[in-house]
Design a protein around this ligand. Structure first.
Ligand code: AMP
Length: 396
């Protein structure tokens, strides 16, 4: 795969696919701008070479029916502009491939930067639509993919767009190259014991990842919303907790597979439960076997945190993806914060992946103690599983 350094980009129109999908609080403030800061190196490299720079990213999950204020990249644009501190012009287009974007892209001078609006305002983005890819490609001479966090998705700005650029006009940005090189080392030669800590809410996506991870790691710790699918698979009452009933069989298979392979598999032994999904809800912690039918589990309990610390004690490599609970609410953040501390204090090579997980490490004040904080959650998991990511394949 080529790097941006291998291309002649001086003075050219460069389209950079970035991943500016940053976490925000309820007031719209960006809580962790790591993904924006990580993109600066590639953007500055292009500005320094008098390129006309066009940036594109997705943000959240809009409906794909045009502009939606809630999912606008305006907060990202402001932060990016502040961080870049460029003397040239910086524009945010009102659309993706509409009149405004096309007009602004055409009028760029060398060193100017244009950020397109949220790619997912166009329904074609997530469908890898050829017409959208063509319209995006028409804005530029060179395509750079620096969106490591979105590389596992076969989307128009990641995959179909690359057909419009030959090998001398497409490459990976600095962030993308750094992430891939790091993960390659872990995949080729993980120092063992190798422990995967997996949490968060997206059960469906991560169960598949677990099937493959089981073959690579020595221990797995499960927390967050996805733990309840496993607890239910073991026959426990999980009340109103997050669960995907149609994946219970798969959860059983994963636990069986772990047993057969000798992979140690850990679930929370106690749970912080509340009677509603709210910061103001009454909460208590109970053994995992005793969740009342009308309560829901929103964090792992203190006994689980202690158990997980023991499990991590002898680890030499730890990959962490997904919070242990609803960390956005203080009341249910303790399991995630303690997990962050436990990982940060270990002597292992520690890899944190995913926007939310990096956000937890940031809130816990542990970022500096981690070996590597990846901007990609799903993408980093899939790389470790050994999958070929569409975004990487398309650049080869
Ligand atoms: P993911 O995007 O899959 O990494 O999931 C991250 C989200 O999972 C965060 O927004 C958490 O609030 C959420 N989460 C973690 N634990 C739970 C839980 N027990 N119930 C509901 N949501 C959860």
């Amino acid at each position: 795969m080529r790097s941006i350094k291998d291309l002649k980009i001086e003075g050219k129109r460069v389209f950079i696919r970035c991943d500016f999908n940053v976490p925000q609080d309820e007031f719209g403030n960006i809580t962790d701008d790591r993904r924006i800061r990580s993109a600066l190196q590639t953007i500055r490299y292009c500005i320094d070479r008098d390129c006309k720079v066009i940036l594109a990213s997705h943000f959240g999950r809009p409906k794909g029916v045009g502009f939606e204020e809630e999912y606008s990249l305006s907060a990202v644009a402001k932060r990016l502009n502040t961080l870049l501190k460029i003397k040239n012009n910086f524009y945010l287009a009102k659309d993706v491939v509409g009149e405004d974007a096309m007009e602004k892209a055409a009028s760029l001078e060398g060193g100017d930067v244009l950020l397109l609006e949220n790619l997912r305002f166009e329904a074609g983005e997530t469908k890898d639509d050829a017409a959208l890819a063509k319209a995006l490609a028409s804005m530029a001479d060179v395509y750079i993919n620096d969106a490591f966090g979105a590389c596992h998705r076969k989307h128009a700005s990641i995959y179909a767009i690359t057909e419009h650029f030959d090998a001398d006009h497409k490459a990976a940005g600095f962030l993308m190259s750094k992430e891939i090189n790091f993960f390659q080392k872990v995949i080729d030669n993980p120092v063992r014991p190798f422990v995967a800590v997996v949490g968060g809410s997206k059960v469906s996506g991560k169960l598949q990842a677990l099937v493959n991870l089981i073959q690579k790691v020595d221990k797995v710790i499960i927390g967050g919303g996805m733990a309840f699918t496993f607890l239910k698979a073991q026959g426990y009452e999980i009340g109103k907790s997050l669960v995907e009933d149609d994946l219970i069989e798969e959860a059983k298979t994963i636990m069986e597979e772990a047993k057969v392979r000798g992979v140690k598999f850990y679930l929370p032994v106690d749970i912080v439960v509340a009677h509603e999904f709210s910061e103001h809800a009454t909460m208590k912690f109970l053994p995992a076997q005793e969740i009342p039918a009308d309560w829901m589990g929103l964090d792992v309990g203190p006994a689980s945190s202690r158990l997980f610390r023991e499990v991590l004690n002898d680890a030499q490599t730890i990959i962490w993806n997904g919070p242990m609970g609803v960390y956005e609410m203080d009341k249910f953040s303790k399991g995630s914060i303690l997990m962050s501390h436990n990982i940060a204090q270990s002597h292992a090579t520690t890899i944190v992946g995913g926007g939310d997980t990096a956000d937890v490490a940031q809130r816990a004040g542990d970022v500096e103690e981690m070996t590597f904080v990846s901007t990609g959650g799903g993408a980093s998991l899939e790389l470790i599983e050994g999958k070929v990511l569409p975004g990487i394949e398309a650049l080869k």
